[in-house]
Design a protein around this ligand. Sequence first.
Ligand SMILES: Cc1cc2nc3c(=O)[nH]c(=O)nc-3n(C[C@H](O)[C@H](O)[C@H](O)COP(=O)(O)OP(=O)(O)OC[C@H]3O[C@@H](n4cnc5c(N)ncnc54)[C@H](O)[C@@H]3O)c2cc1C
Length: 364
Amino acid sequence: MRARTYDAIIAGASFAGLAVARELHGRVLLLDRYPVGEHQTSACGTPLWIAEQLGVKESVLQVHRRAVVHTPTRTVIYDALELPYCTFDYRRFCHGLLVQSDAEFRRTTVRSLRDGVVETDAGRFEAPVIVDASGWHRALVGGPALATRRVRLSFGLETEAGYTGDDLYFWVDPTILEEGAAWLFPIGGRSRVGVGSYAGASKLRGPLERFLGGLDLVPGSFHGTYFPAGLAAPTVGRVFAVGDAGGHCLPLTGEGIRPAVYFGRMLGGIAQGVIDGRLSLESALATYRRRVLAHRSAYRLLRAIQWVVQKAPGAWLGSLAELSLRPWLFRRWWPAYLRFGRAGMLDERMGAAVFTIRSQPTGQ
Ligand SMILES: Cc1cc2nc3c(=O)[nH]c(=O)nc-3n(C[C@H](O)[C@H](O)[C@H](O)COP(=O)(O)OP(=O)(O)OC[C@H]3O[C@@H](n4cnc5c(N)ncnc54)[C@H](O)[C@@H]3O)c2cc1C
């Protein structure tokens, strides 16, 4: 059977795939094995400016101006007054992006890339621009990261429960989960509650149920998946990798939506040059590689901090949190973290008064 031809093919129609598709004009084919917005794997917490800049603010469920991080001995409270985070409805967020794109969506499983042709259950397709945005499955750039071990993987499991509140909560406490963290993100009338293992342990239902029991909360249904904790190759052969497929999720915090959108938009801009005939495929691959790898040191630093937090005994975690708040250190890492992905999305306004921070003994 002859392959059908497009200008661009994108495998995966979640955050990264939709962010790329939104930037492209031409004959663009967007492929996913689930209908768009129907297979949520995330707590869907991201900076509010992401939803605003993408024009999907109607998907926002709740705005959060404070994050509270519990360690066994110290609790740290971050007030992000001018740069709040939000939690959003995955379906509405994805559909809001899809309607902004010209892409033709097909529900099908992507199997492989053979001789430049994308093989799927719905047929064979070819295009000058081929993008792998299939998350940790990495359908086109080398197969599941788990099998190839080319990308370090964390695992998260999550449910919804009937808690209402204002703040985003995190727990870094080995008594809840060895080498991991727990979170509770309010979403209006309910909350998304989860645990994530830095070590990639996937049997998390027991620890999550115990954690919920400790908070007097009853779980709903569960969802979970792997997410990367380290950059992978931005391109493999002639394929661009973006989002979790490219290892773009930020280590330590597991924040993957903002980088998926950031690198997705960046890739869309570069790939449009190929579609318009302004750029050869080789130049586009090299440009994307260079621009992604410019962030390599940020990923290495976050990965190193993740390793320290992962391996530190529980008794040290409070002291480490305190250390991170020393003004000389805090002034460097926190604004840099918040700024990640803002280039080209927002003005670079980042005043010193954007946040306040304090800590207190845990349990007070
Ligand atoms: C429990 C949990 C909670 C999280 N919470 C947050 C959070 O609150 N905030 C945050 O920023 N990050 C969070 N993350 C991380 C974040 O979800 C990911 O980094 C983000 O989803 C990456 O987006 P993506 O588009 O690259 O990949 P994905 O969202 O994984 O999307 C990949 C898409 O590809 C499709 N696909 C895969 N294989 C194939 C195939 N062979 N054929 C066709 N389609 C395929 C999938 O169906 C899917 O739609 C969380 C992760 C987990 C596990």
